[in-house]
Design a protein around this ligand. Structure first.
Ligand SMILES: NC(=O)c1ccc[n+]([C@@H]2O[C@H](COP(=O)([O-])OP(=O)(O)OC[C@H]3O[C@@H](n4cnc5c(N)ncnc54)[C@H](OP(=O)(O)O)[C@@H]3O)[C@@H](O)[C@H]2O)c1
Length: 298
């Protein structure tokens, strides 16, 4: 039995799709089961609740072998540690209490970097991994750079203004990964019951790419000019406060962006094991085909 948390997330719903193809027994934890796909509702056991809740995780982990773990990073949290570590505490206790054998979790690149202590969401994610590892469970933390899918969250600005915005230097080439590829890697580890121990697995995408490179590709795919505009860190934070993030989480986004601008994601070299196939052009064509950029593609 494999338990999937955050089954409605970009990664989680794709992990489920991959796992269902294998016919493995599945259980999901969902706050609102009506948001699950029909296929998931028909094929998986459903525990209703939040995976940050003690009763829900104990019910879900009972008799299970493996867990897919994704912390949702509450935008209103009092700190990044509250959002990642405190949210994960009930599950960490339940992993031990219910004797879970393996955990595959979503985390971020940055471990070992001198920038990791002040990297906002990344700092929270890495502390979450430490909490999971401290339970003694066998685990693989999938260490991801920024998702290509983040660009889809600026679909309105792209379609209405022909622009997208971040505080990161436009020419800086960074790794970037498609959530569909992360889900493929996660499902592979979840279905393999031969591994033990604890380690990070980088999931890097096929190439380093700058936001200026991305804007050229988006323009080509859309058939209209789209430019990348670098904005200041203060303006970036202010935008998150304006849309309702707590000050701490808006600061967390800003600290993460600053650390990435300073090279946080560039410490791991690409090799055949950590290179995933979907390039930005393919992701872009797929995202547009699925409706507009906000579409839920592959
Ligand atoms: N974006 C990046 O570039 C990046 C890079 C590296 C790592 N990450 C990590 O990836 C994760 C985000 O993955 P994603 O983009 O696939 O997620 P997503 O699409 O934003 O989905 C968030 C999920 O969390 C659930 N959720 C929200 N609040 C919840 C709560 N209080 N209790 C239980 N569930 C809750 C939502 O479910 P419902 O609303 O349906 O209940 C949904 O399934 C985060 O841990 C982030 O740190 C992101």
């Amino acid at each position: 039995m494999i338990v999937v948390t955050a089954p409605t997330s970009d990664i989680g719903r794709r992990v489920i799709r991959n796992l269902l193809q294998s016919g493995t027994p599945l259980r999901v934890i969902a706050r609102d089961p009506s948001r699950l796909t029909e296929e998931t509702r028909d094929s998986a056991e459903i525990v209703q609740g939040s995976h940050g809740d003690t009763a829900a995780v104990n019910r879900a982990f009972d008799g299970a072998d493996a867990v897919f773990w994704l912390a949702p990073a509450d935008p209103k949290a009092a700190s990044v540690i509250a959002a990642y570590v405190d949210f994960t505490r009930p599950a960490a206790a339940a992993l031990k209490a219910q004797g879970i054998k393996r955990v595959v979790s979503i985390t971020a690149l940055g471990r070992g970097s001198p920038l990791a202590d002040k990297a906002g969401y990344v700092t929270g994610s890495l502390a979450m991994d430490d909490l999971i590892a401290a339970t003694g469970v066998a685990c693989r933390s999938l260490a991801c750079p920024s998702f290509m899918d983040n660009i889809a969250r600026q679909a309105t600005a792209i379609t209405k203004m022909g622009k997208f915005f971040l505080p990161i230097s436009g020419d800086l080439r960074l790794p970037s990964v498609a959530t569909s590829d992360i889900a493929t890697v996660a499902a592979r580890w979840l279905l393999d019951n031969s591994w033990s121990g604890q380690s990070e697995v980088a999931v890097l995408g096929p190439e380093d790419i700058s936001f200026n490179d991305m804007s050229a590709i988006i323009s080509d795919v859309l058939g209209k000019a789209v430019t990348y505009q670098q904005i200041g860190f203060d303006a970036y934070k202010a935008r998150f406060v304006e849309i309702g993030l707590s000050d701490a989480m808006a600061q967390g986004m800003t600290d993460m962006a600053r650390a990435k601008d300073q090279g946080l994601d560039l410490a791991v070299s690409r090799n055949p094991e950590n290179t995933t196939p979907t390039d930005f052009r393919t992701w872009c064509e797929d995202a547009f085909a699925a409706t507009t950029l906000g579409g839920r593609g592959r």
